[in-house]
Structure formats: C-alpha cells, structure tokens
Design a protein around this ligand. Structure first.
Ligand code: PMP
Length: 419
C-alpha cells in the first residue's frame, strides 16, 4: 500500500493503508448496527441488553450527587489512582461477599465497566493465534475483543447446565495437540448473555479442575449473578479458587451502565500487571463516576434496589415465557432463572439474520444468533432481551415476532412434507 493520501476528498478508505492489520477485525457489531432502528419509538426492541433504569430512585441519585459535590468535590473532580478508589473497593468487598467471595482490596481494581476489564485481560494475555475457550454461544462483546486480538476463538459445547467440562477438556487437549497455546477460558456462569443458562455447582468444580490441570486461566464474568429470580445461583468459581480465576463484576446491571464502573478481582500473581495495564490505557478510572457509585452505596438501601430489579425482571421473564408459549409454541427456548436474556432455537434452515428486516417491518427487533459466535454458527438462533421494555411490550414484541416466524415455520413444514 502507498504512503500517500489518495486525494483531498474525504472517504472511508483514506487512511486504510495506515491501519494496523488487526483493525480489519473491528467491524460493526450486529448489536450496534441495530441501535438506529431500535431507537424508533414504534419499534419494540428485544435487542440491546439494557437495564430498566427507570426503576431507579432518581431522588437518591440526586442526593448522592449533591452529597458528593458538597463533601468531596475536589477529590471527585481530580485524577485518581490507577487501581481505583479505596473506599469503593471496600464497598465492593461487601457486594462480592453476597456471592460467597472473599477478596482483599489489594487484589481489586476498578475499570470502566467490565468491558474494559475484558479488553485489558485480552491485551495482557493474547498473542495472535492464541486460543480462548468460550461458551457456545458467548457474549458478543467478548467475542469482539478476542477477534480484535486475532485470537483463535473456540466455542465449547454448552447446554442448559452451562458449559460441558468433558467437551472443555477435549477441546483444550485437541488445541494443545495442534500446537496452540490455550490461554483463557472466558465464562458467564450465571444467567449468561446470550443464553440465560447457569452453570451447575457440579460442573463448576469440574471446570476448575480441567483448567487447573492444563494451566488455563479462567475469566469469570458475572454481571448478572445478583439478579436471580427465585434461587441464588451456585457459588462463584472465584470463591472456590483464588489463584486460577480472574473475577469481573459491574455496576451496569445492578445500578446503571451510564456510570461505566466495573471491577476486577485478580489473582495476586497478575494484579500488578493489570494495574499497570489500566494506568497505561486510561491513567485512572473516572474518579467522578466511582465517587457517585460510592456515595450511592453509602446513602441508599442498595440491596433493596437490587431486589426491586430482581422482581421487575422476573415479571418480564414471565411475560416473555407466557407470550412464547402462546404465540410461538413451536420454538424452543431456554428458561432463565435470572438476568436479562432468553435464547430461541428455530429449526435448522431458518435464518434469523435474514428474518430481521421482516421483523423490523413488523416493528420488533432482536439480536440474531450469529452475533454470539466467532465461527458463523447461530443462524437459527435469536436472542431475546426482556429487561428493557415493559412487560406488556415484551408480550407485544413476541406477538409481532410470531408474525414473522410462524409463516416461515409453516413453509418449512410444507417443504419437508413435499420431500
Ligand atoms: N459482560 C457481559 C456478559 C455483559 O452482558 C456485558 C454488558 N452487556 C458486559 C460484560 C459489559 O458490561 P459493562 O462494561 O457495562 O460492565
């Protein structure tokens, strides 16, 4: 490629010759591409995984802001340390304790949402071609980062009990035999994005063993664990192993994603490197946002707020399952016990990406399953996010979706009958 500019007219190729090779792996995510469509008020969006922040107590947030400005303004408006605010890290210890995790403030680091923690970890561990094991399907934002790092993404068989430890061992051994360095296992063990499934306690112990035996670091991403509907999920993997698991938490789903505050509890062995990586990338996480979270936690009944979210999302999950039973009885679905998502499996041969424009014509949007795979799978899957619309609109959305899916199912049945 030449080093001269093609001309004076601005076009998207002007600096193409200068991009790093890995920039080719940055493409518009299927979720991002939907945003423009989905923001039209007449469209019911079952697409983006957004919390229902209208359930927050606005008075309390204002109170936290006023208290921050009166008492700690100069601190909140200044640079902070690369590891994040100490008082907030102490408060996070209480939150993690709810999931059975004992972690010291020394091993905790604040990040700009857990997405940022994923980016730092991927940057720290992954050279081109290194293997990352992930669930099938896996979180679109993680798949995107691993792809950008030019890693080899290996999806491991996952069912209603979470990732299969047997398949995990097989995949790891196969890749190692092929000469790959298998560096990480990335997991969302509770109410996963996108499937909604939860890893059983028995499998958690087995997964830990498989990884321990092979020197594979586990990244346990847990933004939804506290948003259970009836029963708490099993103990966190990090609670069972403090050396082999990096634990990621976030305030995005239990408070607000606009604040962009997440955290990492790192094994002591990698803590220093992570802090250096954080400082190198952003100097310090946003002090203001950290302080807002910290004030909110100290002023509010934050566990009561989480209970409010849990009840709200449980009612929306119920609305989704009822509507699916009523309008899409022939479509297979997961039955999440917490979180934001459920995962539909259509018969082979149907293509959810091709169906999306038809769905948008019917004024409903969802995320096609292919977004959650790094290898092109997922064409016959749909992710439904029930957390953001009202329960009523969740039902309306699913009814509209059935106007697209059911005729396609009928057509498939007719075709099959002919053959
Ligand atoms: N991990 C998972 C599984 C998620 O669903 C999300 C958000 N959709 C994130 C990480 C990133 O969240 P945040 O950066 O807002 O903490």
């Amino acid at each position: 490629m030449s080093n001269t500019r093609a001309g004076t007219v601005s076009n998207f190729d002007t600096w193409k010759h200068a991009y790093a090779a890995r920039a080719a792996n940055l493409s518009v995510s299927e979720v991002r591409a939907l945003f423009a469509v989905v923001s039209r008020p007449e469209v019911v969006s079952l697409a983006g995984g957004m919390p229902d922040v209208s359930a927050l107590d606005g008075e309390l947030i204002e109170q936290a802001f006023r208290s921050l400005m009166s008492n700690r303004r100069n601190y909140a408006l200044q640079y902070g340390g690369g590891q994040g605010d100490l008082r907030l890290r102490e408060q996070i210890q209480e939150i993690m304790a709810l999931e059975g995790i004992q972690g010291s403030v020394e091993n905790l680091m604040i990040t700009t949402g857990s997405q940022h923690a994923l980016e730092l970890l991927a940057d720290l561990f992954l050279d081109q071609g290194d293997a990352v094991l992930v669930e099938a399907p896996s979180y679109v934002g993680a798949v995107g980062i691993f792809r950008h790092k030019e890693a080899h993404i290996e999806h491991v068989f996952t069912d209603d009990d979470g990732i299969s430890p047997v398949a995990l061992a097989e995949a790891a051994d196969r890749l190692i035999e092929q000469g790959r360095k298998v560096k990480l296992l990335y997991l969302v063990p509770n109410f996963a994005n996108p499937s909604g499934v939860t890893l059983t306690a028995e499998r958690r112990a087995q997964v830990l063993q498989v990884c321990r035996e092979r020197g594979i670091l586990i990244v346990e991403d847990n933004p939804y664990g506290l948003l259970y509907f009836d029963q708490k999920p099993p103990e966190a993997l990090r609670a069972m192993d403090s050396e082999g698991v990096v634990y990621l938490g976030s305030f995005s789903k239990i408070l607000s994603p606009g604040l962009r505050v997440g955290y990492v509890l790192a094994p002591p062995a990698i803590r220093e490197k992570l802090i250096l990586a954080n400082e190198s990338a952003i100097l310090s996480p946003a002090t203001f946002a950290q302080m807002m979270v910290s004030e909110y936690l100290s002023l509010s009944d934050w566990q009561g707020q989480i209970d409010t979210y849990r009840k709200l999302y449980a009612s929306k999950r119920d609305a989704a399952l009822e509507a699916l039973a009523q309008y899409l009885p022939r479509v297979q679905t997961t039955r999440p016990q917490g979180g934001f998502f459920l995962w539909l499996t259509l018969p082979e041969g149907l293509n959810s990406k091709e169906m999306l424009p038809l769905a948008v014509d019917e004024l409903v949007a969802y995320t096609p399953g292919t977004a959650f795979y790094g290898d092109g799978r997922g064409a016959n899957n749909i992710r439904i996010c029930f957390s953001h619309p009202t329960a009523e609109n969740v039902k309306v959305g699913i009814q509209r979706l059935s106007n697209v899916v059911n005729p396609q199912l009928d057509r498939l049945v007719t075709l099959q009958a002919k053959h």
